[in-house]
Write a protein that binds this ligand. Structure first.
Ligand code: XMP
Length: 524
């Protein structure tokens, strides 16, 4: 796809830190466009990308070994400001003639640094005027001698060179992690680097993103027709809204009701989409494929088998529907930037995928369609801002994520229609009470799970066996790790009472108090 990048942009070089995406998010929050690329990116990329500045991420390796990642020469030769964070600082120091050694004491967690007064002209000076700065450290090595031209910019008792700078060449290194919220003024430090030091003007706003995406989509698609699979999730809805704005009538959305959706979800999606397109002919095709999905799932109880079955059935149904449409040449997908970064991560990186996430990979080739992905450059929070700027309803834009295989991974074991019906009602009660108590937006994902285990209850004078509902609510920033949410007992009590009183096929309600790791967020 043709790409028109904003002129003032930063390059984030990824050395494999778990925080790399956070650096990019903070830079984008400062209104500056940036992209993350692995340190072993093709040599000519740096010149072609032509950044106003470069941030070097942290990473799990040590520069004290020979075969470990290094900063590409093109970065050091580009003559633009460079900020090295943790491993990035070590690489900068060692490649420019300083020295790095394993620290006698690993430093992990909160620390305080003393910042050298630089007359507020440097990167850090202005943040040190109120005394030591609380920062987040996570390192084993430290810089023990400065490269020529550098000065100490901050220190801790354990790391006398906790930050270094060469103001004349605009090269900076910090041992701590400004991208992590535990570092006070961390976002401001990255903002200062991106805007004041690199001279970027901070105009990467939702409106600008929308305008740019519209230009790009129009340039790529021309007057050809596009089909998009609408799931009701934030990403596909925002992608639909954007394409609707860009190409209007050339877009058709296909919404597959797989029978695994939440209570009223189909109606809500249809309503939101009608409202959004504000047209009599909204180019939305809804397909009720409940029987087909439940039929295909019959007898399957293994989570991965269920996921695969749902993915394959989705592709069949979607392909069949899309082929009924005349002259479609493009498939639109709501792929977002974290998906792109993860699939492009360097061979040195990254966490393994624990569950095979539902996606529609393979569909474009199978249908001979070209792919258009208007959200490919955006983080989730940017996707949300774009959604609001395009007029999508708040409840949709700030909805908790919902897995592609839907309620099928929230009914443990074999999926049955009657279990889904109970689960939907229990889940709706939980969401309603979370909203009422103002907790929906305070947790990042919450849902009910259906456990088909018989447990004893008493109703009136009679004993009865019925199944169990588990409630799950978590707090997380990236869904890679998560804490179980400490919901008020009163709230949990209300939800439990309502479920037990309003749904007679439930004998017991339990609350899940497992964090991730070692548990995952979903039960399957
Ligand atoms: P886990 O359970 O792996 O979930 O801790 C992390 C996040 O991913 C979502 N999830 C999925 N999303 N297809 C999806 O589209 C899937 O198969 C799937 N499994 C988990 C989960 O809801 C949580 O937000």
């Amino acid at each position: 796809m043709h790409k028109s990048l904003p002129d003032d942009r930063l390059l984030i070089v990824d050395f494999g830190s778990q925080y790399t995406q956070l650096i990019a998010r903070r830079v984008r929050e400062a209104g500056v466009y940036c992209e993350v690329h692995p340190f072993d990116m093709p040599a000519e990329f740096v010149d072609a990308f032509s950044p106003r500045g470069v941030v070097l991420s942290g990473g799990p390796e040590t520069v004290t070994e020979i075969e470990t990642p290094r900063i590409p020469d093109q970065v050091l030769e580009a003559g633009v400001p460079v900020l090295g964070i943790c491993y990035g600082m070590h690489a900068l120091a060692s490649q420019l003639g300083g020295a790095v050694e394993p620290s006698s004491k690993r430093e992990f967690g909160s620390a305080e640094i003393d910042i050298v007064d630089d007359g507020a002209d440097g990167l850090l000076g202005r943040f040190g005027t109120d005394g030591p700065l609380p920062v987040w450290m996570s390192h084993g090595d430290k810089v023990v001698s400065l490269p020529p031209g550098f000065e100490v910019a901050a220190s801790t008792p354990n790391a006398p060179i906790a930050a270094m700078s060469d103001a004349s060449r605009h090269l900076y290194g910090v041992q701590f992690h400004p991208e992590v919220t535990h570092t006070r003024n961390g976002a401001e430090i990255l903002d200062r680097f991106a805007r004041d030091i690199c001279g970027c003007n901070g105009t990467w706003t939702a409106e600008q993103i929308v305008e740019r995406a519209i230009r790009e989509v129009r340039a790529a698609v021309g007057d050809e027709r596009v089909v998009l699979g609408l799931s009701g999730g934030v990403d596909s809805s925002v992608a639909a809204a954007l394409l609707d704005r860009a190409i209007g009538d050339q877009l058709t959305c296909v919404f597959v009701d797989n029978g695994l959706l939440r209570l009223n979800e189909r109606k809500e999606v249809e309503a939101a989409f009608y409202r959004m397109s504000n047209a009599l002919d909204p180019h939305l095709v809804t397909v009720d494929a409940t029987d087909e999905f439940l039929g295909a799932l019959h007898g399957l109880d293994d989570p991965e088998a269920k996921r695969k079955c749902i993915g394959a059935t989705f592709i069949d149904v979607f392909q069949r529907e899309a082929e009924k449409l005349e002259g479609v040449r493009w498939l639109a997908q709501g792929t977002i930037y974290p998906d792109v970064i993860e699939s492009a991560a360097s061979k040195f990186g990254k966490a393994h995928v624990i569950k095979s996430h539902h996606n529609v990979g393979g569909l474009p080739e199978r249908m001979h369609l070209k792919l258009v992905e208007p959200l490919r450059d955006l983080f989730k929070d940017e996707v949300r801002r774009v959604g609001l700027a395009l007029g999508l309803p708040r409840e949709l834009v700030f909805r908790h994520p919902f897995p592609g295989p839907g309620l099928a991974v929230r009914v443990i074991g074999e999926v049955r229609r009657e279990y889904l019906d109970v689960l939907r009602r229990a889940d709706a009660i939980f969401m309603e009470e979370l909203r009422r108590a103002d907790y929906y937006d305070r947790v990042h994902q919450a849902f009910a799970v259906y456990l088909p285990v018989n447990s004893v209850g008493v109703v009136g004078d009679a004993r009865r066996y019925a199944h169990v509902i588990a409630l799950r609510a978590v707090e997380t920033t990236d869904f890679m790790t998560a804490r179980w949410a400490q919901l008020p007992h009163d709230l949990l009590g209300t939800v439990s009472n309502r479920i037990m009183n309003e749904i007679e096929d439930v004998s017991r309600v339990v609350y899940d108090i497992a964090s991730k790791p070692p548990a995952t967020i979903e039960w399957e």
